[in-house]
Write a protein that binds this ligand. Structure first.
Ligand code: NAD
Ligand code: UDP
Length: 309
């Protein structure tokens, strides 16, 4: 197949490019390189089935493709809050442009949605039926509401225009190719520990997240995209739930070094807990994460050790 990946030079997008090239497809990677990097795809640039296009998803685009994966959007809070209006435009206009293209060329189109659509959840663990608890006017809203509106657009194009959609809700995912200055917790802790700096916990560290290793997530993407039983939304993530304090302690144990834990103010609207209910993914795509946190962190630490040295 000929497959378009928006945000293909980013952390998740570049791993998806690798996977789809390995599976024998032609890949068009579209990215404006806001948080993505050419280094993530350098090894693919000379490949005969790979093409990189520098373009912004806010502006319309045309490609003759069979499938579209829409991943373009900064995912780390400091990056999506850097220009919040642009973040909302990226999610909303990006979705409209992908859906318009999918309608025209009859491509199947995948939306990388997020656990952030559940906000600071009152239901735990989060199931797909839960409508969420999201502040519409806070610092995280540009991302959360942008992604919620993108889901709305996907389902309206599906109902009104019979566009063949797949909507997946991704929970915190980590691994090689995250940016060292990304601002998300796993890369922050690892880079701080490797540099012998103190690990910065925001708040008291009792808030929880569930961390999925990137290889597991990409397997979930491909299985979900290529089944025809459901269009979603479907949760995809690792149900193992950890406090930020546990994550900091585990990182220090694995990296060694002399950093210690320090506490910083908690950003506003920071969700207190997050854990996916993945019963739907287990049933429909027979999917379950395979990489435990300690092993995935070890592989991510090895990547950053090389980057930093
Ligand atoms: P990332 O920041 O590494 O990747 C996003 C990519 O999109 C980057 O390459 C960036 O340059 C590109 N991009 C941003 N704005 C663009 C625009 N206007 N036009 C074209 N390209 C643009 O983040 P990631 O972790 O790889 O996330 C990929 C997708 O998955 C995002 O949509 C994100 O919301 C979603 N997601 C990720 C996670 C996670 O834990 N990694 C969790 C939930 C959802
Ligand atoms: N966090 C932290 N220290 C950091 C970066 C983040 O304690 O250096 C916390 C953050 O406040 C949040 C959790 O870790 O409670 C996960 O943050 P991240 O930005 O990775 O993802 P999100 O909040 O979007 O799930």
């Amino acid at each position: 197949m000929r497959i378009l990946i928006t945000g293909g030079a980013g952390f998740l997008g570049s791993h998806l490019c690798d996977r789809l090239i390995t599976d024998g497809h032609e890949v068009v990677c579209l990215d404006n390189l806001f948080t993505g990097r050419k280094e993530n795809i350098t090894h693919l640039l000379q490949h005969p089935r790979f093409e990189f296009v520098r373009h912004d998803v806010v502006d319309p685009f045309k490609f003759e493709v069979d499938q579209i994966y829409n991943l373009a959007c900064p995912a780390s809070p400091p990056h999506y809050q850097y220009n919040p209006i642009k973040t909302t435009k990226t999610s909303v206009m990006g979705a409209i442009n992908c859906l318009g293209l999918a309608k025209r060329v009859k491509a199947r189109v995948f939306q990388a949605s997020t656990s952030e659509v559940y906000g600071d959840p009152a239901m735990h663990p989060q199931r797909e039926e839960y409508w969420g608890h999201v502040n519409p006017i806070g610092r995280r809203s540009c991302y959360d509401e942008g992604k919620r509106c993108a889901e709305t657009l996907f389902f309206d194009y599906h109902r009104e225009n019979k566009v063949d959609i797949r909507v997946i809700r991704i929970f915190n995912t980590y691994g090689p190719r995250m940016l060292a200055h990304d601002g998300r917790v796993v890369s922050n802790f690892i880079v701080q520990a490797l540099k012998g700096e103190d690990l910065t916990i925001y708040g008291d560290g009792t808030q929880t997240r569930s961390f999925c290793f990137v290889d597991d997530l990409i397997e979930g993407f491909v299985r979900f995209m290529n089944q025809t039983e459901i269009v979603g939304p479907m949760n995809c993530g690792n149900p193992g739930e950890f406090t930020m304090l546990q994550l900091a302690e585990l990182t220090l144990k694995l990296v060694g070094g002399k950093g210690k834990i320090v506490f910083k103010p908690l950003p506003s609207d920071d969700p207190k807990q997050r854990q996916p209910d993945i019963s739907l993914a287990r049933r429909v795509i027979k999917w379950e994460p395979q990489v435990p946190l300690e092993e995935g962190l070890g592989r991510t630490i090895a990547y950053f050790r090389k980057q930093i040295s």
